[in-house]
Structures are given as C-alpha cells and as structure tokens.
Design a protein around this ligand. Structure first.
Ligand code: AHM
Ligand code: MG
Length: 330
C-alpha cells in the first residue's frame, strides 16, 4: 500500500534555508557563522564541478610540488585550496585559515570573528582512480579581539572548542555533513539544480558497528595489542572496509556503524592524520552522533594542539567498538 510522505519532516529543505533555521535557534546569532557555512557550501559546489570534470580538464595527476608535510600535491589539491581560500576571502567571515596545503597561517580578514582549519581535498591519492574524496573543515571563534592580529593561540584551541565542523564527500553523490553542536545533518547535492538538500537529518551512529576499517598492509608494523583487536573484529565476523579516503571511511561507518583506525606506526610515530583539520572535525561530528573518537589515550577533542600540522593516531566510530578497542590496546 502506498504511504503518504511525511511533509512535516524538513527533508528536502535547502542547505541555505536550513542554516538560517539553525541560526534562528541561537538567540544572539549575528549571521556571521551562517554566512561562513554558506561560503563553504558554495566553494564545495565549485570544487565538485572541478572534480567531476577533472578527467576531461587534465586536472588529474601530480602538481609537481610537495606540501608542508612533504607529500606530493595533486593538481586538484591545489585547485581545492584556491577555491576555498577564494570563497572564504570573498565571504569576509574568516580572520585566518590553516590549510593542509600551506605551511603558515593564512591571514584573511582581521575584522572577522572566525578561524577555519581545513583539508581542502582529503584522500587525494584516490583522485585518479575515481574513488570518493572529501573536504574536511573545523570552525573556531577567535580568542583575540576583532581587528587585532590573529595569534598562534587563536588557532591552537582544543577540538572541544569548535563552534562548527563538517565534511564534504565527493562520492557517488556529493554530500555535505555538518554540525554546530546540535546534532549532525547531511545534505545531498542535486547536480541539475546546483543546491544541497537535507537528505540525512539528525544522523545517529549505532553504538555497535559491523565494520572495521584499518590499512591491513601495516599488519607487520602494528602492536600485538592492536593486532589482537583486529583479530577480535574478525572473530566477531565484522566486515573489513578501507577506501584509504578518510571522509569516505568515516562517513560509511557513521551511517552503517563501525570503527576506523589509523594507528601510530614506525613510519608515522605520531599517526598520519592531522589533528587540526582532519581528526578534530570528524571527532566533533562523530561525537555529536553518539560515537567516540580517541588517539588511543585520550579523547581527540581534549588534545591541546601545539602545532598547526600536528599529527595524531585516530580511533573513531561506534561507541562500543571504540571502547572495546581502547580496552584491548591500553
Ligand atoms: P592526505 O591528507 O594526504 O590525503 O592523506 C590522508 C589520507 C586519508 O584520507 C586516509 O585515511 C589515509 O591517508 C590513508 O593512508 P594510508 O594509505 O597510509 O592507509
Ligand atoms: Mg588529508
């Protein structure tokens, strides 16, 4: 029997309208954060267009330079960095930006209140093979006075002080998922209309997941304790899934339930992923859905960063699976 759609649910509302509704729930909101979120939405739509056409525009492959981490930049890494920087500059709501692609703090508008840390295009080694990639962003309120020079202390805030965070997944469809600390909502891009529409309201991560995601190629370099946890996952008949694209792996586990692990390894003694613009944003999102995120010793969101490009091990996902893993490795 056909069912009548529930017209009371806000599914289908555009991102812009949803951001406005979100803003209205904060009595003293000025609209600056809303504008910033819209700017990120706009840049991601522009980048989405570049990504879908990259094979035709000779935008695949290496750019020929290295970023601050000593990793080969892909052409689309560079394009993504430019697109976001331009959108945030034109939008005027960001005083400074930390980007994976640039070594130093990028000052934008000293009269603005917000700071952004972002990985403009994550998982870029997957670009040339049409595997999903993503953008990750964290938003903080500056501590110093508006109009003054932005300081290192403004940027080095613990993740629990993020005012908003999110990611964009450029996959079989493009999705923007974000939180302002009142739950997590996901928006799917309608390519023919050029808008994001609410498609995944109030996302919740199931406490018991069925997926584990870790690069099995590092088996010989894992600690015995971590290997025991992987063996536990196998014994429980969990499914192994690892795209090698952080946003893709975390997003899938968020919707289906699971754990993603990038441990400290001999070649990455502090882990590979970056605290400020990868782990923190995803930790805020996952915690807001009921999940957990840890570096193996402490909650990701409680780490006080010391450097812009600091790395961290990451154990993130369904609460009971993360707890079980932490219990077994500690
Ligand atoms: P990137 O920021 O240079 O793209 O690297 C981060 C990526 C993550 O998306 C992914 O989870 C991880 O690196 C995969 O690393 P590995 O190939 O070592 O498993
Ligand atoms: Mg990255």
């Amino acid at each position: 029997m056909a069912t009548t759609p529930d017209l009371g649910k806000p599914v289908g509302v555009t991102l812009d309208r949803f951001i406005k509704r979100d803003q209205d729930s904060f009595p003293y909101a000025t609209g600056e954060l809303s504008q910033l979120l819209r700017d990120i939405g706009l840049a991601s739509k522009i980048l989405n267009r570049e990504i879908t056409r990259s094979g035709l525009l000779n935008l695949e492959g290496a750019f020929g330079a290295e970023n601050v981490q000593g990793e080969a930049q892909q052409k689309l890494d560079v394009v993504a960095n430019i697109r976001f920087k331009r959108a945030l500059t034109n939008g005027g709501q960001v005083c400074a930006l930390v980007s994976e692609e640039e070594p130093d703090l990028i000052t934008i508008n000293p009269d603005a209140n917000y700071l952004v840390a972002m990985d403009p295009l994550d998982g870029s080694s997957n670009i040339d093979v049409n595997v999903s990639i993503g953008t990750i962003f964290s938003i903080y309120r500056r501590k110093s006075k508006k109009g003054s020079q932005v300081t290192k202390e403004d940027v080095l805030q613990p993740g629990r002080d993020q005012v908003a965070a999110g990611y964009v997944l450029y996959g079989s469809s493009t999705m923007l998922v974000y939180t302002t600390g009142q739950g997590v909502n996901g928006f799917t891009h309608g390519p023919t209309i050029g808008e994001f529409f609410l498609s995944h309201p109030n996302i919740k991560c199931t406490p018991d997941g069925t997926i584990y995601s870790i690069n099995d190629g590092y088996w010989n370099e894992m600690t015995d304790e971590l290997r025991s946890f992987v063996e536990y996952c196998r014994s429980q008949k969990l499914t192994a899934r690892y795209a090698g694209s952080l946003v893709t792996d975390v997003h899938r586990n968020l919707l289906k339930g699971g754990i993603y692990i990038y441990p400290a390894l001999p070649k990455h003694p502090d882990g590979k992923l970056r605290l400020l613009y990868e782990a923190n944003a995803l930790a805020m999102i996952v915690e807001q859905t009921g999940g957990k995120a840890s570096d193996g010793k402490q909650r990701i969101l409680d780490i006080l960063p010391k450097e812009f490009h600091q790395r961290t091990p990451l154990f993130i996902g369904s609460a009971n699976l993360v707890d079980k893993c932490l219990e077994m490795i500690s």
